[in-house]
Every structure is written in structure tokens, then in C-alpha cells.
Design a protein around this ligand. Sequence first.
Ligand SMILES: [Zn+2]
Length: 636
Amino acid sequence: MMADMGAVAEQTAKLHLDEETGELVSKGELKKRQAKRAKKAATAKAKEAKAAVAAAVGGNDKKPAPKPKEEEVVIDSEAMFKQGFLDDVFKERPMKPVVTRFPPEPNGFLHIGHAKAIAVNFGFAKYHGGVCYLRYDDTNPEKEEEKYFTAIQDMVHWLGFTPYKITHSSDNFQKLYDLAEKLITLEKAYVCHCDDTEIKLQRGGEKGATPRYRCEHASQTVEANLKKFRDMRDGVYKPREAFLRMKMDMEDGNPQMWDLAAYRIKSDTPHHRTGWDWKIYPTYDFTHGLCDSFEKITHSLCTTEFINSRQSYEWLNKVLGVYEPMQREYGRLNITGTVLSKRKIQKLVDDGHVRDWDDPRLFTLVSLRRRGVPPQAILDFISELGVTPSTTTIQIKRFEQSIRKYLERTVPRLMMVLDPIPVTIEDATETLDLELPFSPKDPAMGSHTVKFTPTVYIDRSDFREVDSKDYFRLAPGKTVGLMNAPYPIKATSFGKDEATGKVTEVRAVFDKEGKKPKAFITWVGTEGSQRVEARVHNSLFKSERPDDAEGGFLNDIHPESEVVYPDAVIESGIDEVKRRAPWPEAAGESERGKSGPEGVRFQAMRLAYFAMDSDSKDDKIVLNKIVSLKEDAGKN
Ligand SMILES: [Zn+2]
């Protein structure tokens, strides 16, 4: 039967989470509790202040700033292009159409830092109605692998961007070679045979204290240089026996002007695209600016590590008389409390500390996707931080706070129980259909039907064998509200497994006459619900600086970074949430049905935000925790 549940649902929809106890309580009750706690805290603080004044006269007793009230602010993800650094960059060269590029080296998986580069380059072009190239900077055959090409492209699409064209630096190998010969002809490049020690000395020695000078090879004739360069190309030399150097300015204060390498011999590895065609490969310093020039990039945006390279970048294009793009540098995005280096992540994978490169506890983009972090939430986060020339270093919790704020208003709510124990309500005679909204605030999310059955599951942590006065959930003789259910229930008895000491079942009755319960808990019925595996992740590392741990970052691994609940139960609403994924439709998931399992996102009330994992099968859902409901939820 369909119960007349409107009033009940409405009433319980107004419940608020008491973050300290995890209980759902009325607004009044929550206010009462908060006032009580504030009073207690104030008393403690006054006591502390008194003691502090007594102990340290003249000490700094500045009051901490009051915690700002959390507001529901919808981020303008275009804000970073409308003002500040990126707006200034455009005004400096108001050239249209804007043409930008995102130029990753295809030698590793992208991480959260690259998301900023993608957002800046693709976003800048999009905002100004221009285009952005995805250019693989594939000039190092030793490090490149096909899987990285595919993964990078996937991530750009996932973040909601479409490259104007996908290009490769290697597309230009012949053009670059020809320009190198031209540079020699212009007496702006020479083939050098010096070794590393000699080069270091020429560049001012270990501490840069001795005078800089050029080697004898710098004074070779154009003809000699051309012959030697062609010999390099034709395999006459072995690797390291010769390299092409640009003849720049040894007097300049910028080390990027001290006759940088332009071409090196790499004859022992085939290139993934050009095979064995080339025995010499151009360096980053030679390639990057020229490829920008070939593609008529208007604004070449890179991170501040390349600020010294701006001079060599401009020098090369100018000397060769080609189209000159404008390079400008913004601060990179760093995140503490994790490791991002390829070598370290590989070690974590190899040693079995994480499942793979896409383990939800890592901060590669494939990991964040698998974990269920929505692409638009990442873009909003980057926009919220803003783009300036200074490096932004943030803590994981700051990132998670931003994700939480985004999920709060965009995903449906469901009831789930991680560690279920059955509660049999002895006087419940029939199953009731409850119509529950997916969101207490957004009616557009719709509603779904949940069966309230005579036996329901509650979480083990919501029952105590022995009651106490300051405890408001279920215990023998105690009444608790079941979220959205018609009546509160009172526990009458319980059964235990003598071997394990664990409670196996609870028996209860409706408490139809008593007072309104102080707290409400979540539950899942036995009909329509299903068993799922829930993986609850905590930070992979214990500290903010895993690299500083004694003995290295592996010693900083959190022993409980993943807690698995193999027998969690979730209500029937999950079926519709699955059917209607992705939640929400935004960025690279803007078409219904066009996301992976991670698009199935929801808030498990009182628990955390979850998303479906790629390990899910047709008959078994596996869930990942995306983020907790509140910042300090280290209670799991
Ligand atoms: Zn030399």
C-alpha cells in the first residue's frame, strides 16, 4: 500500500546532520546542542585565556578570526579569464582569433597539476572564441609509450574540451631539421664535441664563479658545421660524440642564453611514430617555440619554471624570422599530502600499496575520475583558486572541500548502510511504499519509491547493547527515529553471536505514543535493496609531506587508507540513479549515458559522497567514497 507519507517525508526532509554525532536531528534540537557545545567551549576557552594571561603577561592574545559561514556560492568558471593575470595577458596582445596549445610530453599520466594547464589553455581559447591544439611534445623516443597518448586525450575530453587539432612535434621533424640548417647558415648554430665537464666549465663552472667562454667548435665555418650536422643525421657519430648548439649570448645573465643544445643523437631507440627515420632529435628549447610558431599560437601559456626560457624562445623565432607567438607564464598548482612523480607512483603500484595508476587514493586525473570527482568540480576548483604568476600550493582537504561544495548541490541522496544489522519491527505487519525526494532542496531531481519493510537494516554503529543518557540512537528500551519512516522504533531485545561477540539482530516495536525522538538514523529495507561493496578511502599518506618521512615516502603510508565494507546495503533508489547517470551532466559528461561508472554519484546520507567503481559487475556494485560529508570525518 502507499502510505500517506507526505507529512512525514516533509518533516524528516527538514532534518539536519549533527556533525559531531552523525545523527539526524530537528533544527531545534541541533540549535540546542550547538548552544550547549558553544557554552562548553566558551567556558573552556575563558578558563584557558585566564590561565594564559596568568602565565604569560604580554603574550600575544589576538583572537582567531571567526570561521566564515559556509555559503552556497556557485563558482563562475570563466572568472579567471575575465579578470587578473589571464585578462592582462589577453589585453597585452588582443589578437583574434586566439590560438593556444596544450603541449604535454607523452611520457606519463596527467595529474591534478596538468588539469590547471588544460583549464588555462583550452579555457582561454574557448573564452575568447578561439581554438586550442593538443600537441604531443614527442621528441624523446626513449620515454614515450602509446598508452600515454590515449590517456592524455581521454582526460582532455573528460574535462570537457575538444582540441582544434591533435598534433605532434614529430609532425615537424623535417621542417625543424631544415630550420636547424638555416640556423647554421646564419652562423647561429655549431656542432660541438665537448663533454659534460667541458660544457659545465664553459658555463662558468660548478658555482658559476669562473668566466664563461665558448669552445673551439664555436668558430668552425658554416661549411664545416653543415657537414658535421649532416653526418650527425646520417649516423656517422655515436650518441654524445656530437650535438648541435645554438650560438646565443654567453655574456647574457640568463643561463638560457648560454649556447643551448638544439639537436642530440639518439640512434638506439626507434621513435613511436617515425620509427628509425631519424638518428637525431631536437631538444625542447629548439622545438617548443618553433612548433608554437608553425601553429600560429597567439598566446603560449606555460608555468613559471619556463620564465627564463622566454628569452631563448623569443631569440630563436626572431633569428629565424618566423611568426612570433607570445609566451607568458602562470604559477603551477601543487598539492601537498600526496606524491605526483611518475617514479613514486610506479613504486606504489609495483609494491601493491595501490590498485593501479587510477587508484582513487592517487591524484592522477585517471584516479580522480575513477574516484568519482566530477570534471566540472575540478574546473570550478581551479577557477576558484584563480590564475596568477605565483605557485599555488594547496592541501588535499582544501581540494576536497571544493568538491564537497559542488556535490552538495548536484547529486541525489540515498540511504545506505555500511555494516548492516537487521532490525525486526515486531508489530509492523505490512510493507509500505515511501515516496522520497532525491534532493531536499531541488525538486527537479525527482523522487523515488522505497519499501519500508517489517525488517530493516541499520548500521552497527547506530545500536548499543548498553544505553547511556547522552546517547540518542538505538539501544534496549530506547527510541530512535527512522528517517522518513511513519513511526519511531524502540528496541526490545537483541541477539548475539557468542563466538564473535557481535550483535546479529535487533528486535523492536513501533513507539507510536512516545515523544518525538531526539535523533533519526538511516536505514535500508529488505525489499528492493541490494548488497554492494563500499570502499571508503582516507588519505593515502599520514602527513602533509610524505617525502620528508624518515626512510622515504613509503614509510608515511596510512595503514587504513582503504577500508572495505563488503556487505553494505543500499536502497532501491540506486537503480534510478544508475539509469539517470551522469550526475550532474557537466563538462566532459554532458551527455546522458556518456560517462563511465563514475558518473553514478550520490550522497549516502550521514555517510559520504560515493560513486560507482569500474570494478562493478552487472550483479555487483562496487562503490568508492568521493569525499566525506564534512571536513574532519576521520572517524571511519
Ligand atoms: Zn665544443
